[in-house]
Design a protein around this ligand. Structure first.
Ligand SMILES: [Zn+2]
Length: 363
C-alpha cells in the first residue's frame, strides 16, 4: 500500500491510499497499458490535479470533448495516479479534465450542440457577460439570455469547463501546454494537429504521428482555438477509431510523451515516453510527417450527407472522386490528396477533409 499526500485543487490536503504502482511492469505494452489505478471522476469533471514539488509548466490534458470518444478519458484516469507517484520529481503541474460529461455518460458526440464548436469569441463573451454585465452586442445578449433562461446540457458544460480553465489560469506556475485527446469515426485516424507556429509545431511533432496543419482554419469555435488565444501551446491528438481498444493505449502514449515534451518530467523519470514514441511511430511509419488541409466538406442535417463505405483516413483520393452522397446526389472531393476524417457517425457537420503532404515521408 502506498500512502501519499494529495493536494486538492482547493488547497486542502488529504492522505490517500493509492493503487499499486505499475512502474515496474515489464515490456512496452505492459508499461503503457491501463494500470490498476482508476481515478474516480469528480462532479466538476476534474480527473486529477497533480502539483509538482517545484514550479514550472502546466500540462492540461482533456479527454471526452466529444462524448462518444472515451479513449482519452480512460487513459487519463489510468495515468493520473502514476504521475502523482512521481510528484517529487515533477516540475510544474499536471491537470486532467473531462470535456463533455453528460455526452460521455450517454455515449453521444454531444447532447444539444458540439462542445468543440462552442468557443467562438461571441459565445465566450456571452458566457462572461452572464457573470458580469450585459453586453451591448445583440448576438452576445441573445446567447447569454438563452443560456440563463433555458440552458441545454452543453451550455452548462461550457460554464463548467470555463471554471476549470479559470482555475488553471489562476494556479499555473509557468507556461501552459494543452493536449486534447480525440478519436475518429473512420478507421486509421492517428494524427496530430496544431496552430502553424514554431512553438506549437515543436510540441505537436514530439508525438510521431502525421501532423495536419490548417484544420483550425476550417473549424470555428474549437476549444483549442480558444486556448490558443490565451497564449497556451496546444496539440490535438487523434488516437484512432472510437471503439478500437488500442485508441486508449495510444492516448496514454501521447500523454507520456507530452509530459516529457512540456518539460514536467525528465527523460530518466518517464521511461514510458521512449516506449510510447516507438509504439506510435510504428503505428503510422509509412505516412507523411506533415500535411496541410486543402478542403473541408461541410454539411448540415438537411443535406442528409452519408459517406460511402470503405474509406479510411489517409486513403489517396483524386479530384472528382465520389466520397459520399447527400440529397442533391453524389458528393465528390474537388481536390486530390489524402482523405481525412471521413464521417461514419450520425452526428457531425464535417463530411470529410482532404489533406496534402508538405514534407517527405519519414525515412
Ligand atoms: Zn472528437
Amino acid at each position: 500500500m502506498n500512502l501519499e499526500i494529495e493536494v486538492a485543487p482547493g488547497g486542502s490536503r488529504a492522505v490517500k491510499e493509492v493503487g499499486r504502482s505499475s512502474l515496474s511492469a515489464g515490456g512496452a505494452s505492459a508499461a503503457l497499458a491501463m494500470g490498476p489505478g482508476h481515478a474516480p471522476l469528480q462532479s466538476d469533471g476534474l480527473i486529477g490535479w497533480v502539483e509538482g514539488r517545484s514550479e514550472g509548466p502546466l500540462l492540461l490534458c482533456i479527454g471526452g470533448v466529444h462524448g462518444n470518444e472515451p479513449a482519452g478519458v480512460r487513459a487519463l484516469e489510468s495515468i493520473v495516479y502514476r504521475v502523482r507517484a512521481r510528484r517529487d520529481v515533477l516540475t510544474g503541474d499536471f491537470v486532467a479534465i473531462v470535456g463533455n460529461m453528460p455526452a460521455l455518460t450517454a455515449g453521444r458526440r454531444f447532447m444539444a450542440y458540439d462542445l468543440n464548436r462552442a468557443w467562438t469569441p461571441v459565445q465566450v463573451e456571452a458566457l462572461q457577460s452572464v457573470q458580469r454585465t450585459e453586453s451591448a452586442d445583440a448576438a452576445v445578449h441573445s446567447i447569454a439570455r438563452r443560456r440563463a433562461q433555458a440552458p441545454v446540457p452543453e451550455d452548462l458544460e461550457v460554464v463548467r469547463v470555463m471554471e476549470l480553465l479559470e482555475r488553471v489560469a489562476a494556479r499555473r506556475r509557468g507556461p501552459v501546454y494543452v493536449l486534447d485527446l480525440h478519436t475518429t469515426s473512420g478507421k486509421g485516424g492517428t494524427f496530430t494537429s496544431t496552430e502553424d507556429h514554431p512553438r506549437h509545431r515543436r510540441f505537436a511533432m514530439e508525438v510521431p504521428f502525421p501532423l495536419v496543419l490548417g484544420l483550425n482554419e476550417h473549424l470555428e469555435g474549437t476549444l483549442l482555438g480558444y486556448l490558443d488565444t490565451l497564449g497556451y501551446t496546444t496539440m490535438l491528438c487523434e488516437c484512432g477509431q472510437h471503439r478500437e481498444p488500442r485508441a486508449a493505449l495510444r492516448a496514454a502514449a501521447a500523454i507520456w510523451i507530452a509530459l516529457r515534451a512540456a518539460g514536467l518530467l525528465g527523460d530518466e523519470d518517464v521511461p514510458e515516453a521512449r516506449r510510447a514514441f516507438e509504439m506510435l511511430r510504428n503505428t503510422c511509419a509509412d505516412l507523411p510527417r506533415v500535411l496541410e488541409t486543402v478542403y473541408r466538406h461541410p454539411f448540415d442535417e438537411r443535406d442528409r450527407y452519408v459517406t460511402r463505405p470503405g474509406f479510411r483516413n489517409f486513403d489517396r483520393v483524386s479530384a472528382g472522386e465520389v466520397i459520399g452522397d447527400d440529397r442533391h446526389g453524389e458528393v465528390a472531393a474537388p481536390k486530390g490528396g489524402m482523405l481525412l476524417m471521413p464521417l461514419y457517425q450520425r452526428l457531425g457537420e464535417d463530411g470529410f477533409f482532404v489533406v496534402r503532404e508538405v514534407e517527405g515521408v519519414r525515412g
